[in-house]
Write a protein that binds this ligand. Structure first.
Ligand SMILES: [Zn+2]
Length: 444
């Protein structure tokens, strides 16, 4: 992988070591003597399912343990023993998802220390943080104490949603997931309330750290809500948020007034090839109020309309920003605002590309649903970290261009063969792909 940071040190074994350290600190609510399994075993076993993207991974590994007296959850992921699925559910149900936050922090710090986050700097040297909400569970029958409830067509709909912040960059496929914030039943039943309340909580916990490394927050129109924008500014964060006319009547009344005064600026850029021409028309204006109130926050506004030569509109969107928009900056600010779609891409990957975000293996009574969802996002983040920093894994990804096949092969190998550690499996795959098929690792 050409984009990998060469010669870096954060590898799978080190990351798993840190994962176990954090999991060892998980609060254990059990009373009595029946404590054969450690909390780490439950956490590592569940994590291995998501990392390997294989719902039956543990079943195969328990079978391997019976037949060979060893298994890959132990050797690759460092569990002492694999609890039953029920034991894993019971143990993790008592763990709040926030208990996993130190892991996200550790991985982000690893990416920072290795210079990866520097590559995400774009607008005025800042990083772009996209916010979006995602519903990862809904049911009319199965529910727990943490489910959000909504009446729909005479029935109660139970659901779980989370805010999944990610660092994005225009032109960069890989996004860096930060700790998710889970919507609670107290956040309300309307989508806007839920997401904004969760976003406010996220901001209280992580805002100052993001401000330290210089962050511009991206979000859809829902986040372009004056009190939330005030909260972002109070934390020292900038923003570029979708700003639609329907939800911002005052802003657009002011815009019309400025237009009449000739204070809306514009710039047209032609791009494409001689056969396919795109015409980008940028417009921008300064100091528009976000709502009709004394002391309302004012923002700079910009809009991009892309047409073809026949004048057909191919794209149109408008944004509100805390950053000054001008002829020099408007293109960069619009590009940043548009980069927020990458978070929708990420949430889609979590749902459809093997992570089974919507079909995790249990619901629980307290926190299980959220804690498993957080472990899934963590597996996704670790895959990104390995892409950036684990030279061997990046080499393997180069040899097998199709991402799905990398995981299919890893899964199949780990089902039938025992490896002393994860690197040994990756080395086995690389050798097989470069020197031809290898003998299957021998049983003991
Ligand atoms: Zn629930």
């Amino acid at each position: 992988m050409a984009a990998m940071v060469k010669g870096k040190t954060l590898d799978f074994a080190q990351v798993m070591h840190r994962v176990r350290e954090v999991l060892e600190q998980l609060p254990d609510a059990r009373r009595g003597k029946n404590r054969h399994y450690r909390m780490t075993d439950a956490g590592v076993s569940a994590f291995s399912v998501f990392f390997m993207q294989c719902a039956s991974f543990l079943e195969y590994q328990r079978r391997m343990q019976q037949e060979q007296g060893r298994n890959n959850v132990q050797s690759m992921f460092g569990a002492h023993d694999i609890p039953s699925d029920n034991q894993i559910r019971n143990l993790l149900d008592t763990v709040k998802p926030q208990a996993l936050e130190p892991l996200y922090d550790a991985l982000l710090e690893g990416l920072m220390n290795e210079g990866v986050i520097e590559r995400y700097r774009t607008l005025q040297g800042k990083v772009l943080l996209a916010l979006d909400g995602v519903t990862y569970f809904s049911s009319t029958t199965l529910h727990c104490a943490q489910c959000s409830q909504r009446r729909h067509a005479g029935r109660t709909l139970y659901s779980h949603s989370a805010l999944t912040p990610v660092l994005v960059q225009p032109g960069q496929d890989k996004v860096v997931a930060l700790a998710p914030e889970f919507v609670t039943p107290q956040d309300g039943s309307a989508k806007q309330d839920c997401e904004l309340n969760a976003a406010r909580r996220w901001l209280q916990r992580h805002g100052s750290r993001c401000a330290e490394f210089g962050t511009v927050v991206l979000g859809d129109d829902l986040y372009c809500h004056e009190p939330f924008c005030q909260a972002l500014r109070a934390q020292g964060l900038d923003f570029v948020l979708v700003c639609k006319p329907e939800s911002h009547p005052t802003t657009y009344e002011w815009l019309q007034m400025l237009e009449r005064r000739g204070d809306v600026h514009s710039m047209t850029v032609r791009r494409g090839t001689p056969r396919k021409v795109y015409i980008d028309c940028y417009r921008w204006a300064h100091a528009l109020p976000l709502r009709d109130a004394d002391g309302a926050l004012t923002v700079d506004w910009c809009e991009l309309t892309t047409t073809n030569e026949a004048g057909k509109v191919l794209y149109r969107n408008s944004f509100a920003s805390s950053l000054p928009v001008g002829a020099q900056t408007v293109r960069e600010i619009v590009a940043a605002g548009r980069a927020r779609w990458k978070i929708e891409n990420e949430n889609n990957t979590l749902k459809t590309k093997g992570y089974r975000f919507e079909h995790n293996f249990g619901h629980g009574k307290q926190h299980l649903s959220a804690t498993l969802a957080s472990l899934i996002v963590l597996a996704y983040l670790l895959h990104t970290v390995l892409d950036w920093l684990d030279e061997r894994f990046a080499h393997l990804r180069e040899l097998i261009a199709c991402r799905q096949r990398v995981f299919d092969d890893m899964r199949a190998l780990a089902t039938y063969c025992h490896f002393p550690n994860w690197s040994a499996m990756i080395a086995f795959m690389i050798q097989g792909l470069t020197d031809g098929p290898q003998p299957v690792p021998a049983p003991p």
